[in-house]
Design a protein around this ligand. Structure first.
Ligand code: ATP
Length: 493
């Protein structure tokens, strides 16, 4: 698709998300807070359904994975041990005229992309390698020199009047405790993973977990991103769904391969075209990792990371053992090839980490469609969200054909019989066609219309979102029909 069409499609998704109550800018009446968003009445339902899909797939479907819900505040030493206090930085640079702040590496990345677009592949490769070296060595003056040498100007002011490059820590901090003296600086967690690591022994012992086993968690994370853009793609407050899988040292490569495949399958089960996803295996690894890959999705602005799968060795548990002085070991009494117990060791960890908000965005982009329904001279179209029925915020809309003759009462009676199992909406305003279109726009898989015939023979019309087909069925069969489409069994076996 051409770039403009992509931009337009992305803009349409954003305005659709707002118009129908999926996502609002935070504190909008005060002109918003940059890179913070609220989920509205339908957005929170969709988000909950994505969470449920992940939780069921990871926790309920695996006997050896359990879930926790750790606090956002953690002891400040956690972030020393994890390396975030010293190393969770982005290099930033400001333009002196526009006062705009940029990530130095991103300015260079954009230049590399431009070189590539213009066919200057040698220049692109050289700059890539120079930048990688500078980042690896944390050589900030060198990053500035590269920006100058490649004549990169501020997109806002157009000038090349730059400040020095500085490191910027992405963690938010706040004061903990009511007294000014004696209060302590704590951080809002920048990832949920550390809540899992510090509870490794608690969960292993109380749950009598045997290696290999996993601990999963869904929760908020906070990063003071230098630049936040692309709607809910890069936020300052966001949500992660993470799982740490603890394995025997030496079996990490096998489990890394397992989780890579399992996680891609989870994405693809939703019916997303296979070519929309790809793996991006990391060549340069963080010092603690021995393998890492990203699952990338083709957003309208290009392939971008949605989920990371990392083989983190015993780095995190060893760090916590060192900083807390508590043993983070596991005693493995299974027998090895020599017939002896494996004994004590610090487990290795495979991590799967997906951003819930990015998954939400991907789901909206994938589902959004403006369908042309024109026939001959007659122009017609509809906007719909082709959401997987399991994810759809509303499963059934129930309409009385008219507001009289006992039809609303009958429709409400049907709604009451279904609403415990399925999220339902009742609507009696406007013509039926208009009501169908509203439900198409929010992705409701079924519309049920109650008419005069219903009062005589207990049948209703069911209209299907994707095909727009209508069928007449008996009320007593409604529940089975809906359940067959929205059951989690359709996604998880
Ligand atoms: P990126 O390179 O895009 O900043 P990352 O490599 O820092 O991401 P991780 O630390 O591996 O990301 O976090 C795991 C997942 O959390 C990411 O794959 C992404 O889906 C999500 N995530 C990370 N940062 C943000 C953010 N600022 N806003 C929304 N989601 C985020």
């Amino acid at each position: 698709m051409a770039k403009n069409t992509n931009d337009e499609q992305f803009k349409n998704v954003i305005s659709h998300a707002k118009e129908y109550g999926f996502v609002f800018q935070s504190s909008e009446i005060y002109d918003g807070l940059s890179a913070v968003y609220d989920y509205g009445q339908l957005g929170s339902e969709l988000k909950n359904n994505i969470k449920t899909y992940w939780w069921k797939a990871m926790v309920q479907m695996h006997e050896n994975i359990v879930g926790i819900d750790a606090a956002i505040f953690m002891h400040p030493k956690v972030w020393k041990a994890s390396g975030h206090v010293d190393g969770f930085n982005d290099p930033m640079i400001d333009n002196k005229e526009s006062k705009k702040r940029y990530r130095a590496d991103q300015l260079l990345e954009d230049k590399i992309a431009r070189y590539e677009k213009d066919g200057k592949t040698d220049k692109a490769a050289q700059l890539q390698s120079d930048m990688d070296q500078a980042l690896q060595a944390e050589d900030l003056p060198r990053l500035k020199t590269l920006i100058e040498e490649h004549e990169i100007a501020c997109p806002v002011s157009g000038t090349r009047n730059w400040t020095e490059v500085r490191q910027f820590n992405l963690m938010f901090s706040t004061q903990f405790g009511a007294m000014a003296e004696g209060s302590e600086e704590v951080y809002l967690r920048p990832e949920t993973a550390q809540g899992i690591f510090v509870n490794f022994l608690n969960v292993q012992k109380t749950g009598r977990m045997k290696i290999p086993f996993g601990i999963a968690q869904i929760g908020k994370a906070f990063r003071n991103e230098v630049i936040a853009r692309q709607f809910i793609m890069r936020m300052r407050e966001f949500e992660q769904m993470e799982m740490q899988f603890f394995v025997r040292p030496g079996e990490d490569a096998k489990w890394f391969a397992y989780w890579k495949e399992a996680r891609l399958k989870w994405h693809q089960a939703l019916g997303t075209p296979a070519d929309k996803y790809r793996f991006h295996d990391h060549v340069k690894l963080a010092h603690y990792a021995n393998a890492a890959t990203d699952i990338e999705f083709e957003f309208p602005f290009g392939f971008k990371e949605v989920e990371g799968i990392h083989s983190r060795t015993d780095f995190d548990l060893s760090q916590h053992q060192q900083f807390s002085g508590k043993k983070m070991q596991y005693f493995d009494n299974d027998l090895n090839e020599d017939g002896k117990p494996y004994g004590n060791y610090i487990p290795y960890v495979i991590e799967t980490s997906i951003g819930l908000d990015r998954m939400f965005l991907l789901t909206m982009i994938n589902a959004f469609e403006e369908e042309d329904l024109s026939e001959g001279e007659k122009q017609d179209s509809r906007t719909l969200l082709r959401l997987h029925p399991c994810l759809a915020p509303v499963k059934v809309a129930i309409f009385p054909l008219t507001k009289k003759d006992g039809l609303p009462e009958k429709a409400k009676e049907i709604m009451n019989s279904l609403k415990l199992d399925f999220n339902c909406i009742y609507e009696e305003k406007d013509a039926i066609g208009k009501r169908y279109r509203r439900q198409d726009a929010i992705g409701t898989p079924f519309c049920v219309t109650v008419d005069h015939q219903t009062l005589e023979d207990n049948t209703v019309t069911v209209r299907h979102r994707d095909s727009m087909e209508q069928q007449r069925i008996e009320i007593e069969h409604l529940e089975t029909l809906i359940a067959s489409k929205v059951s989690w069994k359709n996604l998880l076996h």
